[in-house]
Design a protein around this ligand. Sequence first.
Ligand code: ATP
Ligand code: MG
Length: 370
Amino acid sequence: MRVDTLALEDFRNYRREEIAFSPEVNVICGENAQGKTNLLEAVYYLCGVCSFRSRGDKELIRFGEEQARLRASFEAEGREQELELTLRRNGRRQILLNGVRKKTAAELSGRLCAVLFCPEDMELVRGGPAERRRLMDLAISQLKPRYAAALSRQNRAYENKLRILRDWREKPSLLEVLDEFNDELARSGAELIWYRAAWCRRLAELAAPLHGEVSGRGEGLELRYQTVKTVEEPEKRRQSEIYEALLEHQKSHRQAELDSGLVLSGAMKDDILISINGSEARSFASQGQARTAALSIKLSEREIIRQSIGEYPLLLLDDVLSELDERRQDFVINRISGGQVLISACDGRQVSARTGGKVFEIENGTIKTT
Ligand SMILES: Nc1ncnc2c1ncn2[C@@H]1O[C@H](COP(=O)(O)OP(=O)(O)OP(=O)(O)O)[C@@H](O)[C@H]1O
Ligand SMILES: [Mg+2]
């Protein structure tokens, strides 16, 4: 799997640029605020999930322009493909895959996949549960289009339910449709939980030995998926059983939800419990331990994709090498072969001296190959 060429038009701070990537290592260098992350964002966006840092397409369109376009030729699933995305300030994005119009980005999942590792990922271990849900959502959505679809159904049902819980006192008739959204939350939630449980299990199996190795002290990393209490041992349950358990949990929280105006039951509070040598990492891990665990998790995310689809996804390392000490840098660099990699760094020269590969200089939204 690889991206061969990418043409950008009015995407972020790029006016019109074309770039031909190496199938192996690409080092993207430049000073701050020149467009390094924007370029990785464009590549990530091709994978069809969403941007990893914007909430909507509008932000991606160059200031003052009405639309942005990305055109890429890539190889995935053993064949050469073409993808063209047009983002409009007022309206839906248009997606053309090999000349065929696609309605939703979900239809693109499974074509190109990428694992992104950025400085914010260092917060995976010590940050709040939302960080870890984001990890699961972005990772599994790319692998399973059904997951992405369930996630958007869940988000919609959640918003609707929240509105009812806030407004039912003024408008009691709203309660008539509460059960409908409850049912949708449980149904989509069951699907999410089922996928998350399986994914977390594989993540745990892969990340533990990596962590032991990077730490150099054989530290034990344990990852455990945590979901709604009534769903016991989710990895052993069928979706229908999870659905029933979710309904049961909703029932017992119904009154509390009406009283508080908050959604208290459902998969949107899921988390991954991380512990290192038996103690909860979120509260007790040192900075170095947290980094090592984050690194092991990200490399495992990549390995899960390789095992599922038989090839490595793109690996996008946004300014992370400088965050790691030499030992951890070596650990990453020794593992990046075997797939296409894009590495961004301010000190690109130093990085490329260690990784090799094709070097691009970015200056104010223009790209030079050196
Ligand atoms: N929609 C947009 N239109 C025009 N410019 C934009 C848009 N969105 C972001 N930018 C500009 O892009 C620049 C940031 O680019 P980017 O985040 O890629 O920088 P970077 O090279 O990764 O820098 P750093 O090394 O600091 O991470 C900012 O100057 C920002 O104003
Ligand atoms: Mg950046």
